[in-house]
Design a protein around this ligand. Structure first.
Ligand SMILES: [Zn+2]
Length: 377
């Protein structure tokens, strides 16, 4: 019985961990908003992901000390109760409000009206500009942030700028100019109807520079349902010019897409060389002493990392903290079941001895049965 209890509690833990699993995020691509992103002129960046180790040569911020993305080591995050739930407004758009969806050669970008805003969770107000995605290939994952060394299949970034600046171009060079909401995408059993609003159009913008007009929908559906659990740190755009002006929010809860949807995302677009647009993520950057805050206590959620880690060394690395939470709950459930089982057995024994006393001495060797119980009770 206690073994079953242990097993049950472990399953429960796994489920809990899964629900609260992952966290991370990131975002960037400030240049994607620029009117030059379709051209190859002087205003357009010639950078590529193949060349990502050398971005710092042409864009010196890319070699800075507050760069993104980062690996989020949950054991080292600092629980900050003052980090209130992220609140968003204006995210539900009517179908008659058309949005531009564009392949800029680096990612797919959905332009957003500035009526969308972050109204809570940040000290200041931010308006949305665009959202975009980062992904891997059919062979591997492609999130930008990682959690305890784990890279997720894909990642969404919703880019906002501080309303105290006139526009995103002015904001993106200010220390408090940008806020990016990031979340991880994973494969689940169901088709995600919100992501379908984007994915179903990708085949029309296969080539770099192509764009299509898509009907408005509830953009909030692209983010996790739980906006209370997140990580927060100061970082940068994850693409050139790598401005170090982003206050990052990386949500703990992941978003699920069907396998087919994830395949569409990973295989539909091509880059400026007409090669598949894949693995459009930057390697994680050194923290250089930066602290990563968490809006929640991470230890209870670290178990999930164990189940989702594909990489054995990463799993081993954080297995100690994972085990900590797992052990506590497992022991708790085990003790609970053991006590229940003991009480039940004591009750049976007591009941049985009562029956024995009621029975005549000649029946004392008769094997106990339910029928006997009924007859004597
Ligand atoms: Zn990004």
């Amino acid at each position: 019985m206690s073994r079953a209890a242990l097993r049950f509690s472990l399953l429960l833990l796994a489920a809990l961990g899964r629900a609260g699993a992952d966290s991370e995020h990131d975002q960037e691509h400030g240049d994607e908003d620029s009117p030059h992103s379709r051209e190859k002129g002087p205003g357009h960046s010639h950078w590529s992901y193949e060349d990502r180790e050398h971005w710092g040569v042409d864009y010196k911020d890319c070699a800075g000390t507050m760069q993104s993305p980062i690996n989020i080591d949950t054991a080292k995050t600092i629980f900050s109760p003052q980090l209130r739930p992220i609140q968003i407004s204006g995210y539900s758009l009517p179908a008659n409000e058309k949005l531009k969806l564009r392949n800029n050669g680096h990612t797919v970008v959905l332009e957003l009206p500035n009526s969308l805003a972050i109204t809570g969770g940040y000290a200041q107000q931010y308006r949305a500009v665009q959202l975009h995605l980062h992904w891997g290939s059919p062979l591997g994952p492609g999130s930008e942030h990682t959690v305890n060394g784990h890279r997720f299949p894909a990642e969404i970034h919703v880019v906002h700028y501080n309303t105290k600046y006139d526009n995103v171009q002015k904001a993106m060079v200010q220390p408090d100019g940008l806020a990016v909401l990031g979340a991880f995408l994973e494969v689940g059993p169901m088709e995600n109807p919100y992501y379908q609003e984007i994915l179903q159009h990708l085949y029309k913008i296969r080539q770099e520079g192509k764009e299509v007009s898509v009907p408005g929908f509830n953009i909030a559906g692209l983010l996790p349902a739980n906006l209370k659990l997140y990580f927060h740190y100061n970082g940068s755009l994850t693409t050139p010019p790598c401005y170090q002006t982003v206050k990052w929010t990386v949500f703990n809860q992941t978003i699920l897409l069907s396998y087919n949807q994830m395949s569409m995302l990973v295989t539909s677009l091509t880059n400026d060389d007409s090669k598949p647009l894949q693995n459009n993520y930057r390697m994680v950057q050194d923290l250089h002493g930066r602290r990563v805050l968490a809006s929640f206590q991470t230890t209870l959620f670290s178990v999930k990392q164990l189940s989702s880690d594909s990489d054995g060394s990463a799993a081993a690395e954080h297995s100690s903290s994972s085990f900590h939470a797992g052990d506590v709950l497992a022991v708790l459930f085990g003790v609970l079941f053991a006590v229940t089982a003991l009480a039940f057995m004591l009750y049976i024994c007591k009941h049985r001895s009562q029956n024995t006393r009621l029975d005549s001495p000649t029946k004392s060797k008769v094997i106990y049965t339910a029928a006997t119980t009924e007859a004597t009770a």
